[in-house]
Ligand binder design. Structure first.
Ligand SMILES: *[C@@H]1O[C@H](CO)[C@@H](O)[C@H](O)[C@H]1NC(C)=O
Ligand SMILES: *[C@@H]1O[C@H](CO)[C@@H](O)[C@H](O)[C@H]1NC(C)=O
Ligand SMILES: *[C@@H]1O[C@H](CO)[C@@H](O)[C@H](O)[C@H]1NC(C)=O
Ligand SMILES: *[C@@H]1O[C@H](CO)[C@@H](O)[C@H](O)[C@H]1NC(C)=O
Ligand SMILES: *[C@@H]1O[C@H](CO)[C@@H](O)[C@H](O)[C@H]1NC(C)=O
Ligand SMILES: *[C@@H]1O[C@H](CO)[C@@H](O)[C@H](O)[C@H]1NC(C)=O
Length: 339
């Protein structure tokens, strides 16, 4: 009697174990991806301090396999609706063949929001949660897990991009074969602010020269695969301050010989926006040639160059739906209307 029941228990245990193993075999990758457990502990070392952070979403390198473009979007936990807009406009399946799009979000003290974020990630599987939201994490993820992906786009959460169009230009060789390069709207003659009461004040101990090196405008820029890695290797020789684009695409990129390529035309401002006072249609921001128009020069395949747009400096945020609608409607300059 006793022996029978022991055999019975053993059999049941064995069956259960096999089931668990089978479940993990089939679903292990997903279980790992959904688990919000501590994973990568990163020590971002700068010359003046170091910052420890954790990438809490387990990231599997298989997600990058065969991709041409790695897009990381910087956003915050509470911008649920903003992420939805992106998913239903430019990050749909039809725009993202050969592309991986992830959202990098920081921790939020509000538990309700974190629960919602986890629900969201279960549904879409496109969120990377970190303890400190920083573009460092995007550079790090690409360098560590996705180094085979040849191009990286860093984007704010109100950037509008057509990833498939970008992949077209990548494949057609538009971006010259430079090992380490950054493409974007570049600024060549910015000066550090020396007024201590100013938001962007940079003390001389942090940055001594009177001019910043040329850098790419922060909201969106494209990098070749060697660029993020080379830049990360220079953090320890660079004094940290809080102007991310100047730091990463200016000072550190310059220190490691990353070529900065002004790609206005691919990148443009969406100037058809409301400004802070609610005025509309700022169609001619600043210098000529920065605003997207209804037509654009096109390549030999008839593809308009304009691919990535975001609000001009005098508007606070992009109107995503309208920007997307305008971007996909852009026609080739000088094209004759058939009929
Ligand atoms: C992080 O790096 C700094 C500087 O290289 C070092 O002093 C510190 O011990 C490191 N911290 C950890 C936790 O590895
Ligand atoms: C946490 O977030 C929820 C959902 O956004 C909000 O309703 C609630 O007021 C927040 N709680 C605190 C303490 O801020
Ligand atoms: C910065 O310099 C590059 C090349 O030297 C040039 O193509 C680009 O237009 C310049 N950008 C601005 C905003 O003047
Ligand atoms: C920075 O780190 C690299 C290795 O990544 C090392 O070779 C170099 O000596 C470090 N520089 C400083 C100033 O610590
Ligand atoms: C670094 O910046 C200087 C000007 O500040 C420029 O002359 C030089 O070409 C830059 N180097 C690279 C690799 O861009
Ligand atoms: C858009 O049109 C305006 C007015 O014709 C022109 O000045 C500007 O250069 C155009 N923008 C671009 C990016 O071509």
């Amino acid at each position: 009697m006793r022996i029978v029941s022991l055999r019975f228990v053993l059999t049941i245990t064995a069956v259960l174990l096999i089931q668990i193993m089978l479940f993990l075999y089939w679903h292990g990758e997903r279980v790992k991806r959904y688990a919000f457990i501590g994973h990568d502990r990163v020590n971002a070392t700068f010359a003046n301090f170091y910052m420890k952070y954790e990438i809490m979403t387990d990231f599997s390198a298989s997600r990058c396999k065969g991709k041409q473009l790695f897009v990381f979007v910087m956003t915050t936990v509470s911008f649920f609706e903003q992420r939805e807009v992106i998913r239903r406009t430019w990050a749909t399946k039809s725009h993202t063949t050969d592309v991986l799009v992830v959202f990098i979000v920081g921790k939020d003290g509000n538990e309700t929001k974190m629960k919602l974020l986890q629900e969201e990630n279960k549904r879409y599987d496109d969120i990377i949660e970190t303890t400190i939201p920083d573009i460092h994490a995007g550079y790090y993820l690409h360098t560590k897990y996705c180094f085979d992906v040849p191009y990286i786009l860093r984007a704010d959460d109100d950037v509008i991009v057509l990833p498939d169009r970008l992949v077209h230009f990548i494949k057609s060789g538009y971006f010259e074969n430079t090992e380490k390069a950054i493409y974007g709207i570049t600024w060549n003659d910015s000066k550090p602010v020396r007024d201590p009461s100013h938001k962007w004040y940079i003390p001389k101990e942090y940055f001594t020269p009177d001019m910043f090196p040329p850098y790419a405008n922060g909201p969106a820029y494209l990098m070749t695969r060697e660029a993020p890695k080379a830049i990360l290797e220079k953090t320890n020789e660079t004094t940290f301050f809080w102007i991310e684009d100047v730091m990463f695409t200016g000072i550190m990129a310059n220190a490691t010989g990353v070529k900065l390529v002004d790609s206005k035309g691919i990148f443009l401002y969406h100037c058809d926006q409301e400004d802070e006072a609610g005025r509309h249609a700022l169609r001619n921001w600043g210098p000529v040639g920065f605003c997207m128009n209804e037509t654009s020069p096109c390549d030999a395949h008839g593809v308009p160059y304009v691919t990535i747009i975001y609000h001009s400096p005098d508007a606070k945020r992009s109107d995503m739906e309208r920007g997307y609608a305008s971007l996909i409607k852009v026609k080739c300059e000088g094209a004759t209307v058939a009929g």
